[in-house]
Design a protein around this ligand. Structure first.
Ligand SMILES: NC(=O)C1=CN([C@@H]2O[C@H](COP(=O)(O)OP(=O)(O)OC[C@H]3O[C@@H](n4cnc5c(N)ncnc54)[C@H](O)[C@@H]3O)[C@@H](O)[C@H]2O)[C@H](O)CC1
Ligand SMILES: [K+]
Length: 489
């Protein structure tokens, strides 16, 4: 964003104009948040910090005052210490500026948080921390400028005391911290305001992180073709656990079929054949025994994608099954036990992944499984952790959670933000594995397939609503696909 600013100025947009536009966006949003019908002039408290976040606050204060509202400005530090654009905007406010205290918000109908933004570089302390505590306890709506003060906009993590906003106005583009948790929850609603940065500045910035959504993978989506045939839509194989552990694989198999794989087969241990057979219809069934049995099934190269891990059991047997699947050359999705089983054996897994060039592999760990496979990648922000894991493993990594991150070995990262809280239900991850292997079977590139699967998963859950159970997800995918569909070519 800083670079975008510099480029905008180089391209002729004065930084003061950027700040003026930023403040105007804040003022406009503030007016939307003001409680109506107070029967009196609304009172707004603007809390300004010592930098340009504060500068935006001074602009908003001036515009709201000039619109006839009652505005109080409180500043952290001295006016004389303000520099550059912020100093200029404080001068243009030309009104009373009181020192920041916890009482600065007294009687306000709306609070504008312009203490810290992109320049936050340490935990908030002292009077600023007291003001944040007062603000969070006030019950008054809070509009945050750029990011809630105290939040690291890159990681979505608070550095210390942090503002809990009802709404946030940011500029030009969202920052990872607006999507990542807990940042997303602390921001409330997020509005992106155009401050006049010429879009061409993006051409000169190496963008590596995106919001996950159809625009990211729509062109690669394997819409069925009129002249198509089921074999042209790929054949996914899902490996079932033993007799008492078969549901997870069936959820995956149904997910793969709903995602459009032409054929889906469940590979089942002998002792689970009857259990599986009794509950499968369109999904086909093949018995297998051990890694040799799995290799035998995958020797039929028409089975071009395989999912294994859910309820497979943790240990050497599962490692052998994974290595057999990876040696077969099919696109592979590894989830759950297929990941945990390589804790302490990472090198074997990464070597097996690297054994066949260009063969798509997607790992779908939740946080616990991620830490078992990448115990040293704990400190960095979630996108960075996933990015490093993808580079190290040579696979696309889907680091699951309310803010799932998808990372490719080449450094691309997508952050997902459409998952409703009720998606946290048993078996939902198994269906996600199914959506992913179903799209890989249709030869969608792995980063796009994994990103699409995650987004469709969230969208299906949102479409269903509260009370969702994992079995519902595959059956609500058609409704989501209808919303996306391109006319059949
Ligand atoms: N294109 C844009 O996005 C534009 C953004 N603008 C706004 O500018 C801020 C970034 O401004 P900056 O001056 O770089 O930093 P801050 O105002 O966030 O921080 C100010 C200042 O605070 C000091 N500091 C950092 N952490 C702490 C702390 N915990 N306690 C005390 N002091 C702290 C640090 O030294 C900084 O100097 C961006 O967020 C937008 O709101 C432009 O207005 C328009 C273009
Ligand atoms: K802020």
């Amino acid at each position: 964003m800083g670079r975008a600013d510099h480029l905008a100025v180089e391209l002729g947009v004065p930084s003061l104009a950027l700040m003026e536009n930023a403040g105007a966006g804040v003022a406009a949003q503030a007016r939307l948040l003001l409680p109506g019908g107070a029967g009196r002039i609304a009172r707004i408290a603007v809390l300004c910090g010592p930098g340009n976040n504060g500068g935006d606050g001074f602009v908003a204060a001036r515009l709201l005052r000039d619109a006839g509202l009652e505005v109080r400005v409180a500043l952290l530090g001295n006016v004389a210490a303000l520099k550059g654009d912020a100093a200029e905007m404080a001068a243009r406010w030309a009104g009373e500026i009181v020192p920041l205290t916890a009482d600065a918000i007294a009687g306000a109908d709306l609070i504008i948080d312009a203490l810290f933004g992109a320049g936050l570089d340490r935990p908030v302390t002292g009077i600023a921390a007291e003001a944040i505590a007062a603000l969070n306890g006030s019950g008054v709506p809070v509009l945050a400028v750029d990011v809630p003060s105290g939040l690291d906009g890159n990681t979505g993590q608070p550095l210390g005391p942090v503002v809990r906003a009802s709404h946030t106005v940011t500029f030009f583009r969202r920052k990872p911290g607006h999507l990542l948790m807990p940042g997303r929850a602390l921001c409330g609603g997020v509005t992106v305001h155009d401050i006049g940065s010429p879009p061409e500045v993006l051409d000169r910035i190496a963008i590596k992180t995106w919001t996950n959504g159809p625009d990211l993978w729509r062109d690669a989506f394997p819409w069925p073709r009129l002249e198509g045939h089921k074999y042209g839509r790929g054949h996914a194989l899902v490996v079932s656990g033993a007799a008492a552990h078969t549901g997870a694989a069936r959820l995956g198999a149904r997910g793969a079929l709903r995602a459009g794989a032409g054929l889906v087969t469940l590979a089942s241990p002998e002792n689970a054949l009857i259990v599986n057979a009794s509950q499968l219809t369109a999904v086909m069934l093949l018995p297998f025994s051990g890694p040799e049995g799995l290799s035998g099934i995958l020797a039929d190269r028409r089975k071009n994608a395989v999912l294994l891990g859910p309820a497979l059991g943790v240990g050497e047997e599962t490692r052998a099954l994974v290595e057999a699947a990876l040696a077969a050359g099919a696109a592979t999705v590894l989830d759950a036990d297929a990941l945990t089983s390589f804790a302490g054996h990472q090198a074997e897994l990464f070597a097996a992944i690297a054994s066949i060039a260009e063969r798509p592999v997607v790992l779908t760990p939740h946080d616990g499984e991620f830490q078992r496979l990448f115990p040293d990648l704990v400190s960095a922000a979630k996108p960075e952790r996933a990015r490093q894991a993808a580079a190290r493993s040579g696979a696309v990594v889907v680091l699951k959670g309310p803010d799932t991150v998808i990372a490719a070995p080449d450094g691309r990262v997508a952050i997902n933000d459409n998952a409703p809280p009720w998606l946290a239900t048993a078996g939902a991850g198994d269906v996600l594995g199914g959506f992913t292997v179903g799209l890989l079977a249709q030869r969608m590139p792995p980063f796009e397939a994994a990103s699409a699967a995650v987004w469709l998963h969230g969208a299906a859950a949102a479409a269903f609503g509260p009370g969702l159970i994992a079995e519902d997800l595959p059956d609500w995918l058609p409704q989501v696909l209808r919303g996306l569909i391109d006319p059949v070519p």
